[in-house]
Design a protein around this ligand. Structure first.
Ligand code: FUC
Length: 792
C-alpha cells in the first residue's frame, strides 16, 4: 500500500506538470488587458491586435531625474526640539517643526509627479506598431500567455489562411523576438514602426533596421529593431520597415541606456547583430531553456473543475460573481512566479511598483521604490516559491543605498550607519520625502534588511551572510544611534517618526501623524537587531556589538494591547480617524516578521486577530496590496477560510483582466492602476497557506481551505535550506517529500488530524506531539513521509 502510493506520487507529479495558459478570445483594447513578457531587464506588453498590433516595451533603467543632494542640514538643528515637543505631547508644534525642517530639501517626489524633476520616474521606452494589410473576416482568434515557456502566442484565421504570431523576451540573447507566420505562402505583409511620445527620434539603419534614439535628463537611450523575412521583400524607409508578401517574418528588438554602460549603443548593436545571425528556433529554444531553469522549480496543482476551455477574463468574471475556481488560483500563483522571474533576474534592478511593465511617461507614483510595504512585498514570494536568485537584485540595490543612506543618517540625525526612508529611486534618494505623513518613515532600511536575513534563513549560505553582514550592521548602527529613551515609559523609541501613512487623534482632538515609536518601527528594529546579532554570532564576529544590540532590543517597547483588544498602532492607545486604513503596519510582527505567532505569543496572536477584524469591519483591504497582506496575516494565524476569502476578494476586487493587480485610482477621474505588489503578495499568501517555516518548524498545510480538498505542490522552500513537496486528498496529507540541502534535525508540523505512518528512507524520527515530529536527515537525500496510509 505504502509503495503503491509512493509510486503514484512520483509518477503523477511528472505527468501532471504544466501550468494552463492564460488566454483570451479577443485582442487587448486597453494596456491593462495586454499580456506581459520580459527577461528581468527588458519588458513588453503584447496587445495582439490583428490589424494594428501594438507592443509597448520597457527597459529597466529608463528613468528621468538625476542624482541629487536632498539631505536637509536644518533637520539636525531641529531634531532635539522636535523630540522634546513629542515627549511633552505637543504634537501640533512637533509636526509643524518637522514639516519645516526635517524633510528633504527641494520638491522630493512631487507627490508622484516627478517626470520632469530630479527625483524622476520610470518611463515607457516606446512602442512597436505593426500594421498588417490582411483583409477578410478574422476567425478562431486566440491570444495566450504560455507560462511554461514564457511565450505569448496569437493565432487567427482569415479565409483559408491560419496565422500565428509568437512573442518572447530572451534573457540569453537580450532581445525581444517576434515571429509572424502563416500556413499559406506569401501572406505576411506588414509595416513596422517604432515610436515614443516624446524625447526620441527614429530613423532607419541599413536596409533591415530601425533605430530610435533619445535623451532624458541624465540618460541617453536607444532601441534597435531588425527584421528578416522568408521570401517576399523587406525594405527600410526613413522610419518604417516594410515587408511585403513574406512567408514568415522575424523581428528582433533590443534596447538599452547608458545608466550603467556608457557603451550602450555598441551593446545594443551587438545584441541585434548576434540575434540576427540565429534562427528563430534557436532563439526560442535558448529562451525556453533558460526560463524553465527558474519556472520549473515549483508546481502547484489545486483540484477543481477543468475550465481551461474558458477564456481567463471570463473565469475571472465568474470569480467576481462568486464562483470558486481553485485552478485559476493555482494559475495565479504561477503567474506571480512568472512575473518575478521576468522582472527581477540576477544583475538587474529590482522590480519597481509595476515590476518592469509601465506604459506612461509620468508613471503612477513615479513607478519608484516605496519601502513602507510595496518594494518588500514584491519579494515576499521569492524564497518560498523557489526563486531565491530573483531576490538578488533587491540585495544589490540595498547595498547601493548604503552610501547615500550614510549621508542622510549623518546630515539628518548625526547618526552612524545608513538609513532609507519611505521612497527611493535608481538615483539613490534616501531622505524623508516631502510630506511627513508618508515620507517620514525611518524604518525603511531596517525593513529592507529583513530580506537579507530571510535569504540567509532559507538558504543558509554563509558567504552570502558574510557579504550581507556589514549592510545589516550599518542599518543596526543607525537605529542604535537614532533610538531615544521616551521619558514616561523609559522604552527606546524612534523619534520623530510616523506609522505608515496613517494618522491618530491626539489629546487635543486633532489629527497628526508625527509621533514617537510607532509600533511598526519598533517591530522592524526588533527584527533587525535580533537577526544582526544572530548573524554576528554565526559569523563569530563583532560579539560586543551583538551584545549591544541584544541589550538595546530588550529596551524596545514590546507590542502593546489596546482598549479594543488590538495590537496598538502607536505607543499610546490613540483613536484613529480611519480605523479601516489600508496599511496594517502594526502587524508587521505577525507577517512578514516573526515576533508574533500563534505558537510562541498566543496572547499577541489573539490581539493581532482583533486588529485585523477591526480593520476589516471598517472597510480595510481596499487596495490590492492591502488585500494581499491580509491573506498572509490570516494564513499566519492558521485561519484558512479567511485567507481563502481574501484571496478571492483580491481576484474579485483588485485584479485586472490580464491578472495584473490593481490599485484604486489615486487621482479623481482616473482608472484603477496596475501595481505589481498585490500579485507578488498574493503569490506569497498562497504559499503561506500551504507551507510555513517561521517558528523553527516546517509546517505542512498550515491553512488549507475546504475548497482545496485535493492537490499537490512541489518544490516550495522552507527556512533551513530544504525543499518540500506535499500531496493531499480529502484535506488530508498523503505524502510529503523533503529534500534537505544540509544534514541536521528538522521539526515537521502538520494539521493534527493527520497521522504519520512511515518515513522512507528509514529516518531517525522522534514524535514531539500529536502534530509534530523531529526528523534527522542527511543533506542531498530525499525523505518521503507517508501520512494516513491504511495499515493492514
Ligand atoms: C503607498 C501606499 C499607496 C500606494 C503607493 C504606491 O504609498 O499607501 O496605497 O500603494 O504606496
Amino acid at each position: 500500500m505504502i509503495h503503491w502510493r509512493l509510486g503514484l506520487f512520483f509518477v503523477s507529479i511528472h505527468l501532471c506538470y504544466a501550468a494552463d495558459p492564460i488566454w483570451y478570445a479577443q485582442p487587448a483594447q486597453e494596456w491593462e488587458e495586454a499580456l506581459p513578457i520580459g527577461n528581468g531587464r527588458l519588458a513588453a506588453m503584447v496587445f495582439g491586435k490583428v490589424e494594428e498590433e501594438r507592443i509597448q516595451f520597457n527597459e529597466e533603467s529608463l528613468w528621468s531625474g538625476a542624482p541629487q543632494d536632498a539631505d536637509n542640514p536644518n533637520a539636525l538643528k531641529a531634531l532635539p526640539q522636535i523630540r522634546q515637543l513629542l515627549f511633552e505631547g505637543n504634537y501640533r508644534e512637533a509636526e509643524k517643526l518637522t514639516y519645516e525642517n526635517l524633510l528633504c530639501k527641494g520638491p522630493g517626489s512631487l507627490c508622484g509627479k516627478s517626470a520632469e524633476a530630479d527625483f524622476g520616474c520610470y518611463q515607457t521606452f516606446g512602442d512597436l506598431f505593426l500594421t498588417f494589410s490582411n483583409e477578410g473576416d478574422v476567425k478562431n482568434y486566440r491570444r495566450e500567455l504560455d507560462l511554461n515557456t514564457a511565450v505569448v502566442r496569437v493565432t487567427y484565421s482569415i479565409e483559408e489562411a491560419n496565422y500565428t504570431r509568437e512573442y518572447f523576451v530572451s534573457a540569453p540573447d537580450q532581445v525581444c523576438v517576434i515571429r509572424l507566420s502563416c500556413d499559406k505562402p506569401g501572406k505576411i505583409s506588414v509595416t513596422a514602426r517604432l515610436s515614443r511620445e516624446e524625447k526620441a527620434s527614429v530613423c532607419n539603419e541599413g536596409s533591415d533596421s530601425l533605430v530610435m534614439k533619445g535623451h532624458l535628463s541624465q540618460l541617453d537611450f536607444l532601441a534597435k529593431l531588425q527584421g528578416s523575412a522568408q521570401k517576399g521583400t523587406l525594405t527600410a524607409t526613413d522610419n518604417t520597415l516594410i515587408i511585403d508578401k513574406a512567408d514568415s517574418v522575424t523581428l528582433r528588438l533590443a534596447a538599452g541606456t547608458d545608466f550603467k554602460e556608457k557603451s550602450h549603443e555598441k551593446i545594443v548593436a551587438e545584441q541585434i547583430s548576434s540575434a540576427a545571425q540565429k534562427f528563430f528556433s534557436q532563439l526560442m529554444n535558448a529562451h525556453i531553456h533558460e526560463y524553465q531553469t527558474y519556472f520549473q522549480r515549483a508546481e502547484l496543482h489545486l483540484e477543481g473543475p477543468d475550465l481551461s476551455t474558458i477564456p481567463t477574463d471570463l473565469r475571472l468574471q465568474a470569480v467576481k460573481e462568486g464562483a470558486i475556481d481553485p485552478k485559476l488560483l493555482a494559475q495565479y500563483f504561477q503567474f506571480g512566479r512568472y512575473l518575478l522571474i521576468n522582472s527581477s533576474r540576477p544583475g538587474c534592478l529590482p522590480a519597481n511598483l509595476q515590476g518592469k511593465w509601465a506604459h506612461l511617461i509620468q508613471t503612477p507614483w513615479n513607478c519608484d521604490y516605496h519601502t513602507n510595504i510595496n518594494l518588500q512585498m514584491n519579494y515576499w514570494a521569492a524564497e518560498v516559491a523557489n526563486l531565491a536568485d530573483c531576490h538578488v537584485p533587491l540585495f544589490d540595490f540595498i547595498s547601493e543605498l548604503q552610501i547615500p543612506g550614510e549621508r542622510t543618517a549623518k546630515i539628518h540625525y548625526d547618526a552612524r550607519g545608513w538609513v532609507v526612508h519611505h521612497i527611493t529611486n535608481v538615483w539613490g534618494f534616501t531622505p524623508p520625502a516631502e510630506d511627513a505623513r508618508w515620507g517620514l518613515f525611518p524604518a525603511g532600511s531596517g525593513w529592507l534588511c529583513q530580506h537579507l536575513w530571510e535569504h540567509y534563513a532559507f538558504n543558509e549560505d554563509l558567504p552570502f551572510l558574510k557579504w550581507a553582514y556589514p549592510i545589516l550592521k550599518g542599518a543596526a548602527q543607525f537605529y542604535l544611534d537614532f533610538l531615544v529613551e521616551e521619558p514616561k515609559s523609559h522604552w527606546l523609541v524612534t523619534s520623530p517618526s510616523s506609522s505608515p501613512e496613517n494618522r491618530f487623534y491626539a489629546p487635543d482632538g486633532k489629527k497628526y501623524s508625527v509621533c514617537n515609536g510607532p509600533s511598526m518601527d519598533r517591530q522592524i528594529i526588533w527584527d533587525l537587531f535580533i537577526h544582526t546579532s544572530q548573524a554576528a554570532k554565526i559569523l563569530n564576529t563583532d560579539l560586543e556589538f551583538a551584545g549591544l544590540l541584544d541589550t538595546a532590543r530588550s529596551k524596545i517597547a514590546p507590542p502593546q494591547i489596546g482598549k479594543y483588544g488590538q495590537i496598538q498602532e502607536w505607543l499610546e492607545d490613540f483613536e484613529e480617524p480611519e480605523p479601516g486604513h489600508r496599511h496594517i503596519s502594526h502587524l508587521f510582527a505577525l507577517y512578514p516578521g516573526h515576533q508574533i505567532s500563534s505558537g510562541k505569543t498566543p496572547e499577541f496572536a489573539r490581539a493581532a486577530r482583533k486588529t485585523l477584524e477591526r480593520r476589516l469591519e471598517h472597510g480595510g483591504g481596499h487596495t490590492g496590496w492591502s488585500q494581499a497582506w491580509i491573506i498572509n496575516f490570516w494564513a499566519r494565524l492558521g485561519a484558512a477560510e479567511k485567507a481563502h476569502e481574501h484571496l478571492n476578494a483580491l481576484l474579485s476586487k483588485s485584479t485586472l483582466p490580464n491578472l495584473f493587480d490593481s490599485h484604486p485610482p489615486f487621482r479623481p477621474h482616473t482608472k484603477p492602476l496596475f501595481q505589481i505588489d498585490g500579485n507578488f503578495g498574493a503569490t506569497a499568501g498562497i504559499a503561506e497557506m500551504l507551507l510555513q517555516s517561521h517558528e523553527g518548524a516546517i509546517h505542512l498545510l498550515p491553512a488549507l481551505p475546504s475548497s482545496w480538498p485535493k492537490g499537490y505542490y512541489k518544490g516550495l522552500r522552507a527556512r533551513g535550506n530544504i525543499e518540500v513537496d506535499v500531496r493531499w486528498e480529502n484535506g488530508e496529507i498523503l505524502a510529503a517529500h523533503l529534500r534537505p540541502f544540509k544534514t541536521g534535525k528538522y521539526i515537521v508540523r502538520f494539521p493534527a488530524k493527520n497521522h504519520l505512518t512511515s518515513a522512507n528512507p528509514a529516518a531517525e524520527l522522534h514524535p514531539l506531539s500529536e502534530d509534530a515530529i523531529q526528523i534527522s536527515m542527511q543533506g542531498g537525500k530525499e525523505y518521503v513521509l507517508i501520512f494516513n496510509a491504511l495499515i493492514p
